[in-house]
Design a protein around this ligand. Structure first.
Ligand code: GLU
Length: 494
């Protein structure tokens, strides 16, 4: 069955506001977005902010800006409301407490009074293999192991407690179908008694996530592989609450180029930005970022690589999500960036690059930068790279040494370059074609090959041995600069 036959889905991107949006998180959001748009369904933004210790002020705004930057809009969310509002978990705590009450009453949950020290001791005793589960719970301090009056006494005395889910002692394994990985079956004794409500009265991720996915009528949960181990817990919760579970799709892991998960630390070491905002600040084209991320774990079934967001909406399918880990390649992303850069109008490129160019060369104007952008677009990965070509903005201060050694002939280069300067100065017009004709004439008249003059001219005018077409480069530099640079180099290099 192709996804186009899917009924409209309701999917969500559910980040925790613990920092700036991670590039891997943007990929998760993207696949959710694509499925929603393809099926005419709804894409929700839900903020999972129940972990007050990890909450970061401003993170939610960063997440929203990052999504907007790449052109992903959402239908329901904290900023725009919707039929299932509120969309911030910290505003839904009453609902979670009601559900916890319900689970306590139906015997699916219990209170646990164990202190941190007691839990640590149990862990140490079990050699870190400790699990709070059917096998160990009767040895701990909770409302299943203690007499009822003792439980009541502890509660009344204000003893802090958490509420844990009671995983059934025996029964069928937890089974679910993952749309990417196929059937998953986990024996009950491999699932521990997860905490549902923390001692601060806030729900855990597991509880809030399940309650919200149910309340918000989510049909497909598409999320990172790291949540796969949590899914059996979620399935048991749905069961205990008598709710249908949504479909699950766990995405492939994103690896760092040197192996291992692409974490902030591993990425930092390799100079890979991890936050979406960094990509924006460096000057990546959001279309390139989207295109690159789309293919990081999904493939279109053929070797097509270039996709805009609307094209992805048409082409995307859940069946083509892969389960194998994918390696993040900044080179590949830069390649995509170049692809989009090449069909950005020169005016736009110049406008993007102007601040970076002016930081080094304050007098450069937008008008002067447009022809440079037009000429160099094939040779840059980012608009800001234009600022690296200093020779467009100032006379070369030094000449590439190896180039001079190889190409500048002490016996005749200076004279040839001077002759060319004279010809250029006197020419009736100044364009690439004329400049080339003049160069060939100058070389012929001196009885040397054109190459014997081309290389010295490039060194003299740009200081380097490589670049765009020489004659177009000269045209962009302008007659005054070209004549001046040719004569200066002839004097300096002799
Ligand atoms: N809040 C979780 C996160 O930060 C969401 C996981 C999920 O999608 O269920 O990734």
């Amino acid at each position: 069955m192709s996804d186009s036959a899917l009924a409209p889905v309701r999917v969500r991107f559910a980040p925790s506001p613990t920092g700036s949006l991670h590039i891997g998180g943007l990929r998760t959001a993207l696949y959710n977005y694509l499925l929603a748009r393809q099926t005419g369904g709804a894409f929700l933004l839900r903020i999972e902010d129940t972990d007050r210790d990890r909450f970061v002020e401003g993170a939610e705004a960063d997440i929203q800006e990052s999504l907007r930057w790449v052109g992903m809009d959402w239908d329901e969310g904290p900023d725009r409301g919707g039929p299932r509002a509120p969309y911030r978990q910290s505003e839904r705590t009453d609902r979670y407490r009601d559900i916890v009450q319900q689970l306590l009453e139906s015997g699916h949950a219990y209170l646990a009074f164990d202190t941190k020290e007691e839990l640590d001791a149990a862990r140490t005793a079990a050699g870190d293999a400790f699990a709070y589960d059917a096998a160990s719970r009767m040895t701990m301090r909770n409302s299943l192991s203690l007499p009822a009056d003792e439980v009541q006494r502890l509660v009344e005395a204000g003893m802090p407690y958490v509420v844990r889910f009671k995983v059934p002692e025996r029964g069928e394994p937890v089974v679910f179908t993952d749309l990417v990985r196929g059937d998953v079956s986990i024996p009950l004794d491999r699932v521990d008694d997860q905490v549902l409500l923390k001692s601060d009265g806030f729900p855990t991720y597991h509880l809030a996530n399940v309650v919200d996915d149910h309340d918000m009528q989510i049909t497909h949960v598409i999320r990172g592989e790291e949540w796969l181990p949590s899914t059996p817990k979620h399935v048991l919760l749905y069961r205990a609450l008598g709710w249908d579970a949504p479909q699950f799709a766990h995405l492939s892991l994103i690896l760092s180029p040197t192996g291992g998960k692409l974490s902030k630390r591993s990425a930092d070491k390799l100079g890979i930005p991890v936050n979406v905002a960094q990509y924006r600040d460096v000057g990546y084209d959001p279309r390139a970022v989207v295109n690159f991320l789309a293919l990081l774990g999904w493939n279109p079934g053929d070797d097509r690589e270039r996709f805009t967001l609307p094209e992805l909406v048409d082409a995307f399918s859940l069946e083509r999500l892969g389960d194998a880990p994918v390696t993040f390649s900044l080179d590949k992303l830069a390649w995509f960036n170049g692809l989009y850069l090449r069909d950005t109008p020169a005016e736009d490129l110049a406008a993007m690059a102007l601040p970076a160019v002016q930081a080094k060369h304050p007098d450069v104007t937008l008008d002067a930068l447009v022809p440079v952008a037009d000429l160099m677009r094939e040779r840059i990965a980012f608009a800001n790279d234009l600022a690296d070509f200093d020779y467009f903005f100032e006379d070369p201060a030094v000449y590439d040494e190896a180039g001079v050694a190889k190409r500048w002939k002490p016996e005749h280069s200076a004279a040839l370059v001077r002759a060319y300067a004279d010809a250029v100065e006197a020419a009736p017009s100044f364009d690439a074609e004329t400049l080339e004709t003049l160069l060939r004439q100058t070389a012929d008249a001196a009885g040397v090959k054109a190459a014997d003059l081309i290389h010295p001219v490039r060194i003299a005018t740009t200081g380097t041995t490589a670049g765009a077409s020489l004659f177009h480069t000269l045209e962009v530099l302008g007659r005054d600069a070209v004549v001046r640079r040719l004569r200066t180099a002839a004097d300096r290099l002799g």
